[in-house]
Design a protein around this ligand. Structure first.
Ligand code: ZN
Length: 313
C-alpha cells in the first residue's frame, strides 16, 4: 500500500523548491556529486536531519512509490511520488549550499497542480484541520479507508475533487463569453488538470442537454442515478478539439458509437445525416433518423463552427 506524505515547503525554502523540484535540475556539469550521476535531469528535494523523533520516524519509513502532497501557506501546491531516497550532505551542499539538508529524495510523476486542501482534509477525514506544520506521514488507517472507498489514492485525490471540478466548470462557462476556438493547446495543462477539465466538460455538456441524447431523446440512468449519456466532442479530441461546451453534444452510448464511427453526422442546420450503405444491417437501424432535428439546449449550442470543422475532416 503506498503511503501519503504531507510535506511543507516553508516561505524561505520556496525559491529552492522552485529551482530543484518545480524545475528539474540539469546534471550536465563536471561537478555533479556521484549520488546524482547518470541522469540528465532530476527533480530533487531534501530535508534536514531532525531531533524530533516523530519526524524522524516518518522520514525513516519513506519509500519509493509513496505519494507526496507539497504544502505551502494554506494550500497544496504540487504533487509527486518518491523516487530514490538517500542521505548525502555533499548533495545538500551542492544543491542548496546546505550540508544539513542531507536527507534527499528524488521526485517522480511531478505535477504543479494539486487537489484543494478542503478536499484533502475531507477524504482523509481530518475534521476542521487547517495547516501542515511538519514533514508528516498520513496515518495508514486513514489511507486504507481512502483506498477502500475510492480504489486508488490518485482517484481519491484528483477525480473526486469537487472544488477543482467546480473551478474548471466556472472557467469553461466563462469561456462561453468569447468566440469559440477550434483547438486546445494541450501542453497548457498538466495531466491532472486535463483530467479535471475533462470531467468538468463532461458534466457541463450532460447538464446542458438535460441528461438526454441529442439524437434519440433517451434519458437512461443507472440505479444510483448516474446518467447514461456521454459528452462527445464534435470537433474531436484526436484533432485537439477544444473543451468548449459549444463543441460538445450529449449522446447515448449507441449514438455516440454511431457518431464516432461515421454512421451519423450532425449538419450545421442541426439535423442528423445518416451515412448511406444499405448493404449493412446497421444502415436500416439508423436510416429513419436521417433529416431529423437534434435536440439542443439553446441556439448557441452546439456551435456551427465546430460542426463545419468536423465535416471537413
Ligand atoms: Zn441516442
Amino acid at each position: 500500500m503506498p503511503a501519503l506524505y504531507l510535506i511543507p515547503v516553508s516561505e524561505s525554502w520556496r525559491p529552492q523548491f522552485n529551482r530543484t523540484v518545480n524545475t528539474p535540475i540539469t546534471l550536465n556539469t563536471d561537478d555533479v556529486p556521484e549520488q546524482l550521476a547518470g541522469y540528465d535531469s532530476l527533480r530533487v528535494w531534501g530535508t534536514t536531519e531532525t531531533d524530533s523523533p516523530k519526524k524522524q520516524a516518518h522520514m525513516d519509513r519513506l519509500e519509493s512509490g509513496d505519494w507526496i502532497l507539497f504544502y505551502h501557506s494554506g494550500e497544496f501546491i504540487a504533487t509527486g511520488s518518491v523516487g530514490r531516497i538517500f542521505e548525502s550532505s555533499t548533495v545538500g551542499e551542492w544543491l542548496w549550499d546546505n550540508p544539513e539538508s542531507s536527507f534527499i529524495f528524488t521526485i517522480e510523476n511531478y505535477e504543479d497542480t494539486a487537489p484543494s486542501i478542503e478536499h484533502v482534509w475531507d477524504i482523509l477525514e481530518y475534521d476542521g484541520r487547517q495547516v501542515v506544520n511538519g514533514f508528516e506521514r498520513v496515518r495508514d488507517d486513514r489511507v486504507q479507508r481512502v483506498l477502500t472507498e475510492y480504489g486508488s489514492l490518485e482517484t481519491a485525490l484528483f477525480d473526486a475533487d469537487r472544488t477543482q471540478i467546480e473551478r474548471e466548470k466556472s472557467a469553461l462557462e466563462a469561456a462561453l463569453e468569447s468566440e469559440p476556438q477550434l483547438t486546445e493547446n494541450t501542453a497548457d495543462y498538466t495531466t491532472i488538470r486535463q483530467r479535471t477539465r475533462d470531467r468538468a466538460f463532461r458534466e457541463l455538456v450532460v447538464e446542458a442537454y438535460d441528461e438526454t441524447c441529442a439524437v434519440c431523446g433517451a434519458s437512461r440512468h443507472s440505479p444510483d442515478g448516474t446518467p447514461e449519456v456521454e459528452a462527445a466532442h464534435i470537433y474531436s479530441r484526436s484533432e485537439n478539439g477544444r473543451d468548449d461546451v459549444r463543441n460538445g453534444i450529449a449522446l447515448c452510448r449507441l449514438h455516440h458509437w454511431a457518431f464516432d464511427t461515421g454512421w451519423i453526422e450532425i449538419t450545421t442546420d442541426y439535423t442528423v445525416s445518416v451515412f448511406i450503405n444499405p448493404d449493412r444491417e446497421e444502415y436500416h437501424e439508423f436510416e429513419q433518423l436521417d433529416g431529423q432535428q437534434i435536440r439542443r439546449p439553446n441556439s448557441q449550442i452546439p456551435h456551427p463552427d465546430y460542426i463545419a470543422a468536423r465535416r471537413q475532416l
